[in-house]
Design a protein around this ligand. Structure first.
Ligand code: NAG
Ligand code: NAG
Ligand code: NAG
Length: 280
């Protein structure tokens, strides 16, 4: 091997270790930790122009997101619950530099500063930007909720790749209550809990800026969870979904029912959301 080949191999190793946008979640072992038994769901795999994000912040990974770069919202975020005693609200909104240019840094970055560092480069080609949401009438609704993590994972949830245009009433009322009921349940009953939270895009409902369809306003938001005892065995599971409207209603269901629910929106089999359907 020549020197340049060695340099090249080392460089690709370095890039591989710190890749944030990956070809497959399986390429980044630390990213697989956010999926129960390291099983990545089939759901959403065939989404055109999807990017796989290993959400990196403060020098480590915090969760994983399958991101639809055409609709500019996530298909889902995957994480495990971490108890927290609060810790305030991150004030920045992050963007994913590697969706701007794959040679940029591997950590999420405050969109404002990424813009300053790359004058003249448009950041919003493959992702939503903070200004897309301003005066849109929609909340920046977290998929992976900040309330399910302590700092710094909590901060990392404030990336725009983890939010959707969410009806404000739903975000601040019934979905928030649902998230906090899960917090109580996970704290009381689970040694570890894996969660998937996703959105179903609408056919043609968008946040439009200057005549451009910028961010798809999803029709539905859903989540599914798998709760483990301290031997790592599944003991409980569940799911919930809501229409992204004023209706402000969260429908709870079983994991099996969630499979059927999602099947309405796809021609491909949904497949297991968790390894072995989170069966004991
Ligand atoms: C996380 O957010 C909190 C609250 O805004 C802030 O005080 C803290 O510095 C942030 N942590 C990091 C690592 O940026
Ligand atoms: C990405 O950045 C590199 C280095 O600055 C530059 O050479 C390249 O043209 C950029 N690629 C795109 C698609 O903008
Ligand atoms: C814990 O699980 C039991 C059923 O196994 C359930 O009745 C109870 O409500 C759960 N705890 C919380 C806080 O949700």
């Amino acid at each position: 091997m020549g020197t340049s080949a060695i340099v090249c191999a080392l460089l690709s190793l370095v890039l591989w270790v710190y890749a944030d946008v990956v070809e497959r979640f399986e390429d980044e072992p630390e990213c697989l930790e956010f999926f129960y038994k390291e099983k990545v769901p089939v759901w959403g795999e065939a989404t055109p122009d999807a990017a796989r994000l290993c959400q990196r912040f403060a020098n480590r990974y915090h969760f994983a997101t399958l991101y639809d770069t055409k609709h500019r919202i996530a298909v889902y975020s995957a994480y495990y619950f971490q108890p927290s005693n609060g810790g305030g609200r991150e004030r920045r909104w992050f963007v994913e530099p590697q969706l701007v240019n794959s040679s940029l840094q591997s950590e999420m970055k405050d969109g404002y500063w990424l813009g300053k560092d790359n004058p003249g480069v448009y950041l919003g080609e493959k992702q939503a930007l903070n200004e897309d949401y301003t005066h849109s009438g929609f909340d920046r609704g977290h998929l992976n909720p900040n309330g399910h993590h302590p700092v710094p994972s909590r901060n990392a949830t404030f990336t725009l790749t983890n939010v959707i245009p969410q009806n404000p009433k739903l975000n601040q009322n019934s979905w928030r209550i649902h998230e906090s009921q899960l917090t109580d349940l996970f704290r009381a009953n689970c040694s570890k809990a894996f969660v998937l939270v996703g959105a179903v895009p609408s056919a043609d409902h968008w946040i439009v800026k200057n005549g451009v369809k910028r961010v798809n306003i999803p029709d539905r938001i859903w989540n599914a969870w798998c709760c483990l005892d301290n031997n790592g065995h599944p003991i409980q599971s569940g799911a919930a979904a809501a229409r992204n409207t004023e209706e402000n209603k969260v429908e709870k269901m079983t994991l099996d029912e969630m499979g059927e629910y999602l099947q309405q929106f796809s021609n491909q089999p949904v497949g297991a959301l968790f390894y072995n359907d989170c069966r004991p």
